[in-house]
Design a protein around this ligand. Structure first.
Ligand SMILES: Nc1ncnc2c1ncn2[C@@H]1O[C@H](COP(=O)(O)OP(=O)(O)OP(=O)(O)O)[C@@H](O)[C@H]1O
Ligand SMILES: [Mg+2]
Length: 368
């Protein structure tokens, strides 16, 4: 086992910047999830650790050595891909055994290790089948077995669950968490699925356009997003974001296109400052008494256990999460929205950085 470390790592493809000045440590034994939208550089970052891609600059560490110039096969990491990447003409047993053969492990030892690993992953009765005779979930378990069989220093997983249906994905997600906990192997896990990130990661590293945005525990990322991007990306749906200007006349109010919002006393905002107010869909409600911010209803989504009312506020979109029992507005109706001011986060409109918010990390100190 070993830590993984990116030290000022960049990767440029011709003109395109895939990863820019990445500084990130996956601690020994940790499962760190690298999360971000399509094209943000997740796979590239992972491939640089595996040695499948060269860094343009910076150092990549596995354990206590810099591996930039180490051959992929000598890096002692195992990768699991979305596409399984199994050998179709080999049986499950041969697929799992493959990395052991490559390393010259003796046959009796190989057979024992394959048997044990297959048992761990519930594959014992499939050892003689070929990948084509397995379901997607079983194939992915074979790929996991092949990765764990040789006890590498680290696992690198690139969206390993995205080809599975919803039920199987939930199941396999739990299996990977349990396996990682038991083996204690340092794991860098790439996904664009925030539910996977929230449920699996000891910590989450959020990336956007090649740049690391925030690294923190899942709940911390949810409660204290470091900037506008993370606020809008995390949560389903993400945080509502409305731009405004802090009143210049000393009143503690945020003036917005469609109305005003009171600013709680403890929020350190400068008069006249341009900020973005962020609030989660559960921190806003339709106000039957006509207070708050003017909005019009554009979509009403019934999700079985709750309702999302999507409203237009000025030129922005605000999602209101409602209980099933609450009255549902008609599409096109003019409504007023009451925002729970104690639950509003403020971001600098220019830099996007967090300024203040509920349970502000700067004011309260870390909670863990
Ligand atoms: N071989 C390449 N040549 C040129 N550009 C590349 C190459 N590989 C990746 N890129 C670019 O680098 C950026 C990051 O790609 P990457 O595959 O790392 O994204 P990703 O976060 O894994 O996305 P996804 O979630 O879609 O898998 C993208 O803009 C991509 O087009
Ligand atoms: Mg990718």
């Amino acid at each position: 086992m070993a830590r993984l470390l990116f030290e000022a790592v960049s990767k440029h493809f011709d003109q395109a910047v895939a990863v820019e000045d990445l500084n990130l440590e996956v601690e020994d034994g940790e499962l760190l999830v690298l999360l971000g939208p399509s094209g943000c550089g997740k796979t590239t970052a992972l491939r640089m650790v595996a040695g499948l891609e060269d860094a343009t600059s910076g150092s990549i560490w596995i354990g206590d050595r810099i591996v930039n110039d180490v051959e992929p096969k000598d890096r002692d990491v195992a990768m699991v891909f979305q596409s399984y990447a199994l050998y179709p003409h080999m049986t499950v047993a041969k697929n799992i055994e493959f990395p052991l053969r490559q390393r010259g492990v003796e046959r009796p030892e190989r057979e024992r290790m394959v048997r044990e690993t297959a048992e761990t992953l519930g594959l014992s009765s499939f050892l003689d089948r070929r990948p084509g005779q397995l379901s997607g979930g079983q194939r992915q378990r074979v790929a996991l077995a092949r990765a764990i069989v040789r006890s590498p220093q680290a696992f690198l997983m690139d969206e390993p669950l995205s080809n599975l249906d919803a039920t199987l994905r939930t199941q396999t997600r739990a299996d990977i968490v349990t396996l990682q906990q038991r083996l204690g192997t340092t794991t860098l896990y790439v996904t664009h699925d925030q539910v996977e990130a929230m449920t699996m990661g000891h910590r989450i590293a959020v990336m956007n356009a090649g740049v690391l945005q925030q690294v923190a525990r899942p709940q911390e990322i949810y409660e204290w997003p470091a900037n506008v991007f993370v606020a809008g990306f995390i949560g389903n749906p993400g945080m509502n974001l409305l731009a405004g200007e802090v009143s210049g006349d000393g009143a503690r109010a945020l003036r917005m296109e469609a109305g005003a919002l009171a600013i709680p006393e403890q929020m350190p905002l400068s008069p006249g400052g341009r900020v973005v107010a962020g609030f989660r869909p559960e921190a806003v409600a339709i106000d039957p008494d006509g207070g708050g911010v003017a909005a019009s209803v554009s979509i009403v989504e019934l999700l079985g256990s709750e309702v999302h009312v999507v409203a237009t506020v000025g030129s922005s979109r605000v999602v209101v999460r409602q209980e099933l029992s609450q009255p549902r507005p008609a599409i096109g109706a003019a409504i007023r929205l009451r925002i729970d001011e104690r639950a509003v986060h403020f971001f600098d409109a220019v830099t996007g950085e967090r300024i203040a918010g509920p349970g502000n990390a700067a004011a309260d100190g870390p909670r863990w």
